[in-house]
Design a protein around this ligand. Sequence first.
Ligand SMILES: Nc1ncnc2c1ncn2[C@@H]1O[C@H](COP(=O)(O)OP(=O)(O)OP(=O)(O)O)[C@@H](O)[C@H]1O
Length: 478
Amino acid sequence: MMLRVLDSSPAEAVRTAAVSGKLSVECLDPTLYSLSERCLEDLSRDNTDVLILDLEAIGGETALEPFAVRCPSTVIIAISAQGSVSRAVNAMRSGAHDFLTKPFSLDALASKITFQLDQRKPYLSAQKSKLTIEQASKPDVTPTSRITNAALDQLIGKSLPMQTVYEQISRMAPSQAPVFITGESGTGKELCANAIHNLSDRRDERIVTINCAAIPKDLIESEIFGYVRGAFTGATDNRAGAAEQADGGTLFLDEIGEMDISLQSKLLRFLQTGTFQRLGDTNSRQVDARIICATNRNPLAEIAAGRFREDLYYRLHVLPVQLPPLRDRRDDIMDLANVFLQRFAGEEGRSFKGFDADAEARLLAYNWPGNVRQLENTVRQMVVMNEGQSVTLNMLPMLIRDPSGRGATIIDLSRERARAQPIARPFGAIEPLWAQERRIIEDALDAFDGNIAMAAAALEISPSTIYRKRQSWLERSC
Ligand SMILES: Nc1ncnc2c1ncn2[C@@H]1O[C@H](COP(=O)(O)OP(=O)(O)OP(=O)(O)O)[C@@H](O)[C@H]1O
């Protein structure tokens, strides 16, 4: 194992490096630095397993990021003579895995390093066995590269950003640590969670998914933790929640950014202790479920806005995966489009074999705000609505053929609807906010033929927001 220590005081660096004698893994001679520049150079060039950084030597916690960027799989422990909660949080936000205030005991440092290395054990060993990407040629389809492992087979795309994702998934899968997936709507976060589960040694047990946005707020707790008879009106039986169902397997919390803040505290307790209580129960239960969560929001912005607990974020954000939007991996567009075309042509009994040059050029140029989901829905729509061997330009939806016309369509529809069905205005001229919102969302849905993912992408909100709003309109009309 390679350990590096950077401390402005050479004597302190020697003392800190003595931690190598307390670790159970064999450690090469630690390399000591008193200057950032030398350390940064070595990090870029050579392998590093553990890096101990004195914050005073690098000019404060905000200067830590360049170190973390150079060695993303290295365990970084920040140390400082000026310990404070905000300093520790800032250091961890900049890429440190843990923080210790000077003076500290070598045992305390050794235990933090051991904990972090244990969490990453499978990650590090998998890193050594590089993945093989195979070229799978198909007679009627543009050659599509896929990762050989069957668990990753559902994920299509050979672009560099996707190869990075495959590598990350494969390294993370064997670990027990939580995975935090971010990415715009429709980029494949759920597929990615399933791939991690199917590659892990939990694959024979279940992956249980809870979509925190699709379940009404007051039901999520019972969906995750279950309930006992009489816990609330209608609880006529005992019921195990998702956490119990995922025992031995994986609990996938989709759209975690939508979770109510009070439930976030309960989730945090569950993550800290592994125990929870069914709603209305006094007994604690213990389960062993690996947590994967996903969000299409920016988690740090959610923390800053007070909507996401910072301590929960740091519990969950151990192994991050960032899924790239489709517009940042245009190399994958035709691979995806051809696979979808083949699939839907088979399902719908059509004879499509490919796309002509004009159609392909348009698909490649379009920005795909709804990402892979939008592309998938578009191809399905073209297959259902047309016949032929080749998809031609005029078969593409107007939105993709002529993206500049999009805004006008939405505005026109909005005016149309306002003329046709004036909304009741109980307080005179002012239309209630919910009604305005409803009108805008319904217009967007009309513009995209009811496709929620595309409407959400155009409105720059998550599809779950549309589902939730629709639920609230239903409740209003009951
Ligand atoms: N790389 C990919 N290869 C093949 N299909 C994909 C890929 N990425 C996404 N898809 C398909 O796109 C659709 C959306 O994927 P998924 O539900 O995983 O996205 P998501 O990021 O979880 O979306 P949301 O945030 O809206 O829940 C699914 O039908 C999925 O099969």
